[in-house]
Design a binder for this molecule. Sequence first.
Ligand code: C2E
Ligand code: MG
Ligand code: MG
Ligand code: MG
Length: 281
Amino acid sequence: RAKADGRGVFRFFERQMDEAVQRKQALKAGLRGALDRAELELRYQPLIGVEQGGITCFEALMRWRHPHLGMVPPAEFIPVAEESGFITGMGEWALATACREAASWPAPLRLAVNLSPVQFRRPGLVRAVAMALSDSGLMPERLELEITESVLLGEEEANLAILRQLRDLGVRIALDDFGTGFSSLGYLLRFPFDKIKIDRSFVHGLPDREDAKAIVRAITGMGRGLGISVTAEGVETPGQLGALRKKGCSEAQGYLFSPPVPASEIPALFKRLRPSSHMAA
Ligand code: C2E
Ligand code: MG
Ligand code: MG
Ligand code: MG
């Protein structure tokens, strides 16, 4: 009996694995033409100035509307796109599309775009960024490229060289999901990042958990010491915002203010999230 049960459990897992493999295959097959079939969309989530209130920046976030599976979250399709290499074309589309959109926003409002580590290592990235800027007319200082610590792993000199070339275009470079990766803090000395984004897993524990407070205090202190501005992502409550303000965090992003929205809803957000109209907290 025990043996039979064991086999049953095994078959169950086998079936689940088959389903996962099949879904991944379907996603991979679907991604191939997703760009050409116009199934990709961008959402924009505002970043808010913690002291003065008001929107300082929008982060562009990719969405995939699959014809049968519906909206597939980036956490699921980005890894598949990275494995297959499609991320390069998709990322360039996101960059070009978001820059065109942002060129019509009132200055000095900024645009943030995520770069995949795969995209980062492909030759042609710097040229693609330069093209997106010149085609759209967006001023380089209004574009912020978000990279994660995993971009920095290995090939240190080559990575630093790419970062410097991007910086030479005049764009800003932000370190995303800070604290979740494995990169050495030495990078912060070797490359002058413009911004650190505290990962939402740390923000989540605010304002009560001592460990979360200690980490946020450490990151904001480090940012101050190095002259790097610090942003928090995943801000959902007034209590979290208050704790971040106390620690000297300069920008906040999260559902407390707005989820990512289609470009058409941006004007309404401007009205709702005006500078120092009462901050949500
Ligand atoms: P990320 O760059 O760290 O983006 C922030 C994520 O947190 C977004 O998830 C956003 O919707 C979510 N978020 C924002 N505020 C809150 C909040 O208050 N609570 C919670 N629980 N979540 C919040 P999203 O849009 O699902 O994107 C997930 C990740 O996928 C992004 O994380 C980024 O790493 C990647 N991604 C998205 N778009 C692109 C893209 O165009 N290119 C590349 N390479 N990666 C992208
Ligand atoms: Mg990001
Ligand atoms: Mg992030
Ligand atoms: Mg994140």
